[in-house]
Write a protein that binds this ligand. Structure first.
Ligand code: NAD
Ligand code: WQD
Length: 352
């Protein structure tokens, strides 16, 4: 595994650092020698993650349970821990829910980001890595999607990401000291190789990979494949699935780069390779050794046929590329799924 050294930005605050992506980034940063502060209101995560991060890294991160809209607490955290850079993961992320509760999404994501930016301004911290999303490309007009693709959004969640990106560009234009990168993730999947941390959505998963994992674990009867009449090789939807540990390494790679790049940039984090739903089903069956029962059902409203990245800019600018393949994505997901089914999960890693 490439080793990133913490030769810049020793103290980093991760908003939403107890969540799926933030916890994996915390592991990579701790292993590189950074000191991390996880700032999270636990609205979509649990405190047990902290112990598991310590089990993996041998280091216990600082944890502050609070909302990013709690201005005083946030200001104290930045000052008390001499924070030099912020990675901003905190946000609500369920596309369907965002259409039901748009105000909650704008309040949490947009208002929350304004609160964070105000606190950073006061503390004179001007280095920010933002969790962007391929959702800002809307309906693809061409593939693969590069960063020059026109921006739009097809749902309130995507619009919060777009508004935040626009705010960040305005902020950077107002003061040349800001160093900001919006990392636009494609479809993050997989888990840490220990099986100790991963994605564990509450209730019935919306996303493909956790849904498949629960079907194989016997918790759900079968996968519904949303449509097999798309203009793709096997008729099912194609996406750019990226291993969460590759994503985490992309964040670490952005830090030394940001130190030398004032301004506001957007960079895709994807693999450039699209896989169909049926290819994901076959890969998961092969990695887990269990069949994945499925049935074809009508298309899901709002889905596009295919979406995958041109990851060239990340390679050129950050010197980063995704290295882990589909087998690793599925095998680590399955290992984590078995781990959460075990009571002893928090005290030991399990064998493959
Ligand atoms: P997650 O829900 O697992 O993690 C987000 C964390 O933020 C949670 O621990 C939650 O408790 C916390 N949080 C939410 N609102 C908060 C607030 N107001 N104050 C403090 N903490 C708050 O989600 P994730 O998958 O780890 O996603 C992290 C970021 O990446 C999000 O901004 C998401 O929109 C973005 N993203 C995710 C994906 C994906 O498919 N997972 C894809 C593209 C972008
Ligand atoms: C993947 C493929 C489905 C579930 C979403 C957000 C996006 C980003 C990542 C945050 C599609 C098919 C799925 C199922 C299925 N999040 N599918 N049966 O929709 O590409 O992206 O998560 O920024 O904004 O929209 O991901 O995992 O839901 O779907 O057939 O039960 O799997 O139709 O082709 P999606 P997904």
């Amino acid at each position: 595994m490439p080793v990133y050294k913490s030769d810049c930005f020793v103290n980093i605050l991760l908003t939403g650092g107890m969540g799926y992506i933030g916890s994996h980034v915390a592991v990579v940063l701790l292993q590189a020698g950074h000191r991390v502060v996880l700032y999270d209101n636990l609205s979509n995560s649990d405190a047990g993650v902290l112990v598991r991060i310590e089990q993996i890294t041998g280091k216990m991160p600082i944890f502050i349970q609070a909302d990013i809209r709690a201005a005083e607490t946030l200001a104290d955290a930045l000052k008390q821990h001499a924070v030099e850079a912020v990675m901003h993961f905190a946000g609500l992320k369920a596309v369907g829910e965002s259409a039901q509760k748009p105000i909650e999404y704008y309040a949490n994501n947009v208002e929350g980001t304004i609160s964070l930016l105000e606190a950073m301004c006061k503390a004179e911290i001007r280095t920010l890595v933002f969790s962007g999303s391929a959702a800002v490309y809307g309906e693809p007009q061409y593939l693969p999607l590069d960063e020059m693709h026109p921006l739009s959004a097809t749902n309130p969640y995507g619009r919060t990401k777009l508004h935040i990106e626009e705010m960040l560009r305005d902020l950077s234009a107002s003061n040349p000291l800001w160093c900001i990168v919006c990392l636009r993730y494609f479809n993050p999947v997989g888990a840490h190789e220990s099986g100790l941390i991963g994605e564990n959505p509450v209730g019935i998963p919306n996303n493909l990979m956790p849904y498949i994992a629960r079907v194989v674990a016997g918790e759900l009867k079968e996968l519904s494949v949303f449509g097999n009449d798309y203009p793709t090789p096997d008729g099912t939807g194609v996406r750019d699935y990226i291993h969460v540990m590759d994503l985490a390494e992309g964040h670490a790679a952005s830090l030394p780069w940001l130190a030398e790049h004032p301004g506001c940039y957007a960079i895709n984090l994807g693999t450039g390779q699209g896989y169909s739903v049926l290819e994901m089903v076959a890969a998961f069956a092969s990695a887990s050794g269990h069949a994945v029962p499925f049935q074809i059902v009508p298309r899901r409203t709002g889905d596009v046929a295919a979406c995958y990245a041109n990851p060239g800019k990340a390679g050129r600018e950050l010197g980063w590329r995704a290295r882990r393949g589909l087998f690793d994505m599925c095998a680590s997901t399955w290992k984590f799924q078995r781990c959460i089914g075990l009571e002893s999960c928090t005290s030991r890693a399990i064998s493959p």
